[in-house]
Design a protein around this ligand. Structure first.
Ligand code: AHR
Length: 500
């Protein structure tokens, strides 16, 4: 308890919503006249569930979509909004735009994090979006426009977080780091503040692309320009299926059909987040020596090949199993262990997409194992991260015709009030781990324990069986002396709340 690492930013428990497949339309927006219960057109079930995980921040409107989106299409009276081609295919109706998204944030208690179009629009259009969102009522023409249409708002939205492009090394324009640096400077040079200090987030690397980070930071160092908020790292976990081809999708593993080797491979991929955070941070520090810029992991999650979508229009939707729950636990624990480095995380994506917390189709709705892990981990938000040491022998498992080792237990701990929250992942597919838990500098008075696991590692929650993977009822566990003995079930995520 005496080694505090810093405050865990609540924003590392953030989300991501893109105009993609069934994320916005059906997932969130059902429309005011829908028979699906809604609040001003927003699906009521998602509001109610999201509030339970304290969403903190939501990134919008993309992703790749952001760099093809004109915010002006999605404001004003809905009947007058244009229909456009959507980056991901089909037609974008623009019935859900800036005001509807802000309403969604207000209903769930989240802050907005807006991603600007750097590839397709001039910087001026970005300044105007900021003006539209943040100008005081009546102050500018765009503030007046904000107060029109069905989700009208006289009150400014007070948006602080602004992303400048997305994956600018790829779908966001195929820039070189040098080119992107120039664009970033231009976009952030003179943005109307309206009393709010905009916090800019630059489009960072995919996983461990050190060239992108080095290229950007070395160029920014020439102007000593480190007065921006975040560097947006993306890390997706995909394990190549055996016999993989080079084909982008066929090479990925299946969301539901996997053996234990693929189980460990996916968890190993998720565990790479720790390395990417440390390596990217070290590289940033070579140029930004005071580490003024922090990490924003604004896309993360497991990504499988197509095949488990809810239907044709729900592209990139995938089934979520217990394995994905462990990916969530491993990733959130990683963020908790680096409170000095990671200030925001946005799981990709909230509903009907890759690593979703929810699946929704018309009047059907279900929470996935990821939702349950986010809810279990919520007490970490804003708490003091504590250094946590796990001492357990590694185990071996087959990997690509050889053997590999994996840690036996890992996790994170934090302190808020007199309670230590310890979250632990046991990655072993079949073996439990018994461990003594002690808190240095304090003794454990009482403990409440909640476990998420299932008898089958392929277990999932479906519309027909929404309780395939749900946390067991919380139980009291009596400490023995100053510590606690606990048997962590195989393939599990556990939360211990220790009164100390
Ligand atoms: O989350 C889906 C897509 O993955 C995003 O649009 C893009 O940024 C990333 O490649």
């Amino acid at each position: 308890m005496d080694e505090k690492l810093g405050t865990i930013s609540p924003d590392v428990y953030g989300h991501f919503v893109e105009h993609l497949g069934g994320v916005v339309y059906d997932g969130i927006w059902v429309g005011e006249n829908s028979r699906v219960p809604n609040v001003g057109g927003v699906r009521r079930a998602i509001i109610d569930h999201l509030k339970r995980v304290k969403p903190s921040v939501i990134r919008y409107p993309g992703g790749c979509f952001a760099d093809s989106y004109d915010w002006r299409d999605g404001v004003g009276p809905r009947a007058r909004r244009p229909r456009r081609p959507n980056f991901w295919g089909g037609t974008e109706s623009n019935q859900f735009g800036t005001n509807e998204f802000m309403r969604f944030c207000q209903l769930t208690g989240a802050q907005p994090y807006m991603a600007a179009n750097l590839r397709g629009l001039p910087a001026q259009t970005f300044y105007e979006w900021v003006d539209y969102c943040n100008a005081p009522a009546g102050a500018t023409t765009l503030a007046d426009l904000r107060a029109t249409g069905e989700a009208a708002s006289r009150e400014p939205f007070g948006v602080r977080f602004w992303g400048v492009g997305n994956e600018s090394w790829g779908c966001g324009g195929n820039f070189t780091p040098e080119e992107y640096t120039m664009e970033f400077r231009r976009f952030t040079a003179s943005v109307p503040g309206h009393g709010i200090n905009p916090l800019f987030i630059a489009a960072g690397p995919g996983s461990g692309d050190t060239n992108w980070t080095r290229g950007f930071f070395s160029k920014m160092a020439e102007k000593k320009h480190f007065g921006f908020y975040g560097w947006g790292l993306h890390h997706y976990s995909w394990n190549l299926s055996r016999g993989a081809t080079d084909d982008w999708d066929k090479g990925k593993g299946d969301a539901l059909k996997f053996d234990t080797e693929e189980w460990y491979e996916m968890l190993r991929q998720a565990d790479q987040m720790d390395r990417h955070v440390k390596e990217t941070w070290a590289l940033m520090g070579e140029y930004d020596r005071e580490h003024r810029v922090k990490l924003v992991v604004d896309e993360w999650g497991a990504w499988y090949r197509p095949g488990t979508e809810l239907g044709k229009r729900y592209i990139l939707t995938q089934a979520q199993t217990l394995r994905d729950g462990l990916v969530s636990g491993i990733t959130l624990d990683t963020f908790n262990r680096h409170p000095d480095k990671v200030l925001m995380g946005n799981v990709a994506q909230l509903v009907n997409c890759l690593h979703s917390l929810f699946l929704a189709a018309e009047d059907k709705f279900v929470a996935t194992p990821n939702f349950h892990v986010f809810e279990m981990y919520a007490p970490h938000q804003g708490a003091q991260s504590l250094r946590t040491i796990f001492e357990a022998p590694e185990f071996t498992h087959p990997r690509a015709g050889k053997t590999a080792t994996f840690w036996a237990l890992n996790g994170s701990a934090s302190l808020a009030g007199g309670t230590v929250t310890l979250t632990v992942v046991n990655p072993h597919a079949t073996e439990p781990r018994e461990a003594a838990v002690s808190v240095r500098g304090a003794s454990v008075k009482s403990a409440r324990v909640k476990v998420l696991t299932a008898a089958d590692i392929h277990a999932q929650n479906t519309f027909e069986n929404p309780r395939g993977v749900v946390p067991r009822d919380e139980v009291e566990v009596a400490p023995r002396g100053a510590s606690l003995l606990f048997r962590f079930p195989p393939a599990s995520v556990t939360r211990l709340q220790l009164s100390v």
